[in-house]
Design a protein around this ligand. Structure first.
Ligand code: ZN
Length: 284
């Protein structure tokens, strides 16, 4: 069954009053985010910060070749497909970026050195060299602000129905980056609030043959991550970030298999009577 994908990402939505939206949808370009409509009162919101490799036309591919833009430096390969598949299985809404992390990384605070990266994994980004504050601010206002406003609006909508929202952030990682091969098939990332992460870790570790990382291959405790910290931990909301190894998401069958594996676990987490967040000792 085709997903109900709303393209009216700005019109008629619930972006909070006071949000600055100077030019949310440049002419001829995609809306600043994609929304997959929920089909049930799941209480879960799925987000995908790095799911697109698109570059707005006015930026002329940031001076990069098409080949680079298909690689992991530009996006989390397979993450958007998994996000949509999970949304369909869970009946949950999803919000996805529609521009590459090379344009602006929606999982970094504006102003962070990696927010508009001058290079990505050693690949220089010509269109990001020596950028002035006006261009940086334009990308924040056109892409970052509307994306995060929509996430907040979707979470608030869940809460306004009397439900406790659970935020699930979907990413993917390369089997090899610069060091040794990464053995994990899936990484469960969390910061101070480990309620959902510990639940998901236990569930995944019960599955045969799966190598599961706790805050691997990246640490959710790193202060750089923005989305789960801002919409999750900082608001006392249940949240978890999952990193799936990209070779597992290389085709539709792999995506479907991971959606089938994760959906019942996330659905169970959504029903679980977690206590209040305490923050785990030892979190950086
Ligand atoms: Zn990512």
């Amino acid at each position: 069954m085709p997903l109900a994908v709303r393209s009216d990402s700005i019109e008629g939505n619930k972006i909070p009053k006071g949000t600055r939206l100077t030019n949310p949808a440049p002419r001829g370009d995609a809306p600043p985010f994609e929304v997959v409509a929920g089909t049930a009162e799941a209480g879960i919101l799925i987000i995908c910060d790095h799911g697109s490799n698109r570059i707005p036309r006015r930026l002329d591919s940031l001076g990069l070749t098409g080949d680079i833009l298909t690689q992991h430096v530009a996006w989390d390969v397979g993450a958007a497909a998994l996000t949509r598949a999970l949304a369909q299985r869970l009946g949950a809404p999803a919000v996805l970026t529609t521009a590459s992390r090379l344009v602006i990384d929606c999982n970094r605070a504006p102003g962070h050195v990696a927010s508009v990266p001058a290079d990505s994994h050693g690949v220089p980004v010509p269109g990001n060299q020596n950028l002035g504050p006006t261009e940086r601010a334009r990308r924040v206002e056109e892409l970052f602000v509307p994306y995060h406003a929509r996430i907040e609006a979707e979470l608030s909508a869940i809460a306004s129905r009397g439900q406790r929202p659970l935020l699930l952030s979907i990413h993917s990682f390369t089997p090899v980056l610069t060091g040794p091969p990464r053995p994990w098939h899936v990484g469960v990332l969390s910061d101070r609030d480990r309620r959902v992460a510990d639940f998901v870790l236990r569930a995944l570790r019960r599955l045969d043959g799966l190598v599961v990382g706790d805050n691997e291959p990246y640490s959710g405790r790193h202060p750089e991550g923005y989305s789960c910290q801002t919409h999750g931990d900082a608001r006392g909301r249940l949240n978890v970030l999952l990193e799936i190894r990209q070779d597992h998401l290389a085709d539709a069958a792999g995506v479907a298999a991971w959606a089938a594996r994760l959906a019942p676990i996330i659905a169970a987490a959504g029903r679980h009577p977690f206590g209040a967040a305490t923050g785990s000792a030892g979190a950086a």
